[in-house]
Design a protein around this ligand. Sequence first.
Ligand SMILES: Cc1cc2nc3c(=O)[nH]c(=O)nc-3n(C[C@H](O)[C@H](O)[C@H](O)COP(=O)(O)OP(=O)(O)OC[C@H]3O[C@@H](n4cnc5c(N)ncnc54)[C@H](O)[C@@H]3O)c2cc1C
Length: 371
Amino acid sequence: MKIQCIGAGPAGLVFSILAKMQDHSRDVVVYERNLSNVTTGWGLVLSEPMLQQLANIDPSIVEQLRPHISTLNHIDIHIKEKTFRSSGYQFLAISRLEMINTLRKKALDLGIKINYDSSLNAEDLINFPADLTVISDGANSKIRHQLKNEFDTDIDEGKNLYLWLGTSHLFNDTFNFIFEQTETGWFWAHCYKFENDHSTFVVECTHETWAKTGFAHMDEKQTIAFLEKVFHRHLCGHPLQINDTCREKAYWRRFVTPVSKHWSHDKKVLLGNAAHSAHFSIGSGTKLAIGDAIALAENLKSSNKLDSACFTDYQHNRQNESSNLHIAAQNSQSWFENVESLIENDPLEFSISLLLRSGRLSRDELTINLL
Ligand SMILES: Cc1cc2nc3c(=O)[nH]c(=O)nc-3n(C[C@H](O)[C@H](O)[C@H](O)COP(=O)(O)OP(=O)(O)OC[C@H]3O[C@@H](n4cnc5c(N)ncnc54)[C@H](O)[C@@H]3O)c2cc1C
């Protein structure tokens, strides 16, 4: 059986590993548009249950990841010159590149062929026939877009703009939300340390603020200089950095939520963010992608043939299992899209509302103090 995955992100790599582990005689090939040893973005927040899912595949994956994981025990909210701290969390953070490289090594050890520098489109699939083609090329999937009639896809674009930056400033064991007001509106950053010498720094603002500030007429250097000024009190002299190692430009984006009526067509199936996504503010998109990969591999194992029933079953299972996550992600995304109206509230009330935004935590479960 020949299986090909388009996209070597967490979804494509985990699925290819599982498909090969189930049957070593399978010919499993992955195509990735980027070069090896690069990836988009900076750090990721993850959870113990997600690590357990990876350990169930192969404990050595988690053994290799552990030394690179930081723990975040608090959430600090910096607003109007005050800092509120909420404690009792145990988020984990890791470099996205570290995770991808560990999965890549496992895939190569199993004999999976990964073709880097290979950006495929729907037409290429005609020349590369396979028993199963897994479309795992992310939320902006070009192939899904080219086959949108087959998958019946609608795209929801978030109202806000975000920029996924990094910094050498280290935020210790705390996840931070920093809100700063400028003449053109509010900017906020979601930031945390994910490795010894780097923190993730995702900047977000409304479209109105983005347009008023004039980012459309600024180059990358001017944009970075502007944002360093906005957040200077929190960066302690450290620069902001763009990850420009990838083919796709790391610049201002709107968050993309694809909704496809059909996750499969013929022998092609959507996986991970190509099928569905969860807003970055709840830090669960990778969990979603890995969960999809595990579910599709399970269906492949238990089904004797690769027919539409096998794929439909996978789609329904994953849609059911992730429905609560999608509600939480949507709540969180909407909250950030309404920041400008909420921010007039008392800073403590605002911070509580931020912590409760996804609907997964109740007020009774929350501790919050002014630092
Ligand atoms: C700002 C931001 C912060 C985030 N923070 C977190 C977090 O803290 N925790 C978390 O769990 N998730 C987070 N996420 C989400 C997470 O990054 C994704 O959900 C996850 O990477 C999805 O995995 P995937 O494999 O489906 O897609 P991707 O990781 O997007 O991988 C797709 C791969 O396909 C490749 N590709 C694309 N087009 C082609 C093509 N035509 N041919 C060949 N290859 C192609 C891409 O280069 C890429 O390597 C964040 C996302 C954003 C935007």
